[in-house]
Write a new protein. Structure first.
Length: 66
């Protein structure tokens, strides 16, 4: 029996902006400056792999211990 793997979740810059609170322009500026979230280009379309973004956000999480 074959294991069924879910499709990777690639999302647009607009969707990244909605999920992170960053603007689409900030994402574009970060791409131009070669910083920020990793992305792929398919023709002119820019896509982000959501699990990578989520992992990067999680790694920068700050927890306050009482």
């Amino acid at each position: 029996m074959h294991d069924i793997q879910p499709d990777p979740i690639f999302i647009s810059a607009k969707d990244v902006a909605k999920r992170t609170g960053l603007s689409v322009q900030t994402l574009a500026n970060d791409r131009h400056k070669m910083r920020g979230f990793p992305y792929v280009k398919r023709g002119r379309r820019v896509l982000y792999y959501w699990p990578d973004i989520f992992a990067q956000l999680q790694s920068s999480k700050i927890e306050h211990n009482k």
